[in-house]
Design a protein around this ligand. Structure first.
Ligand SMILES: NC(=O)c1ccc[n+]([C@@H]2O[C@H](COP(=O)([O-])OP(=O)(O)OC[C@H]3O[C@@H](n4cnc5c(N)ncnc54)[C@H](OP(=O)(O)O)[C@@H]3O)[C@@H](O)[C@H]2O)c1
Length: 239
């Protein structure tokens, strides 16, 4: 039977690269994004705004009624800049909802089928910003939360042979990154220059790490965080 892989935030950027890589490996890919109707998507792209908790629950239930999901990649996120003094409850709620609550909701939706099968793979996407980045306190808190979620879910689900791991990207050349970190002219930003490998990452380089955690060979790997950041977290991240 074809492996079913659900990817949130799948229409563009990192999520799209994950969808394309898993489809190329023969998976049936189900993607979620606010805007569907993309004929080039390598699978089925379903419209869903993960900030709408009720709508999100209904869409996830519908997906899980139609498919027995083998693999889940909680990729969707919301990055928003705000100094600590300017953070509003709306900002906090939206960032936590997109990065943390949606991952919990998607996990809850796929869990019955994974448990019944006695096997499953979940990969959550954090960010190097969780180690600290000015102007990103709530995003940083949310992504650090994703790591805590990963580790505790890994413990709770290990006996069911469901692995839960995390990929933490450094700066990756996506629309989202370019919008939030605009270059002046063609001059690389200070963040880009700080990357030891001297370049931005490619979304496919995140997809490759996700693909490993989703593979059969990763069956004994759980609760781990893999920094894919061109070396930017080295010297900052705890072991
Ligand atoms: N790019 C980086 O440098 C970087 C670094 C560290 C971590 N990350 C993390 O990696 C993940 C992907 O980032 P990205 O840079 O690939 O983002 P992106 O290029 O902006 O793509 C975001 C994807 O999520 C969908 N999306 C956005 N808001 C949504 C919502 N409310 N409901 C449903 N879908 C939604 C978008 O489609 P629609 O617009 O159609 O909804 C799109 O498919 C995020 O968790 C991000 O925090 C990225």
């Amino acid at each position: 039977m074809q492996t079913v892989t659900l990817v949130t935030g799948a229409s563009r950027g990192i999520g799209r690269a994950i969808a394309e890589m898993m489809a190329a490996k023969g998976h049936r890919v189900i993607g979620i994004a606010r805007k569907a109707g993309d004929a080039t998507f390598p699978g089925e792209l379903i419209a869903c705004d993960v900030l709408d908790a009720a709508g999100r629950k209904a869409v996830l239930a519908e997906i899980c009624a139609r498919y027995s999901v083998d693999n889940l990649c909680n990729n969707v996120g919301l990055t928003a800049n705000a100094d600590i003094a300017d953070i509003t409850l709306e900002h906090y709620n939206a960032v936590m909802e997109a990065n943390v609550a949606s991952a919990i909701a998607a996990t809850q939706a796929v869990l019955p089928a994974m448990r019944a099968r006695g096997k499953g793979r979940i990969v959550n996407i954090a960010s190097r910003a969780m180690l600290g980045r000015s102007g990103r306190s709530v995003y940083s808190a949310a992504k650090a939360g994703v790591v805590g979620l990963t580790r505790t879910m890994a413990l709770e689900l290990a006996a069911d042979a469901i692995t839960v791991n995390c990929v933490s990207p450094g700066p990756i050349a996506t629309e989202n990154f370019k919008r939030l970190n605009p270059r002046v002219g063609n001059e690389p930003t200070a963040l880009e220059k700080a990357v030891p490998m001297g370049r931005l990452g490619d979304p496919r380089e995140i997809a490759g790490a996700v693909a490993y955690f989703l593979s059969d060979e990763a069956a004994f790997t759980t609760g781990q965080v893999l920094h894919v950041c061109g070396g930017l977290s080295v010297g900052f991240a705890p072991l």
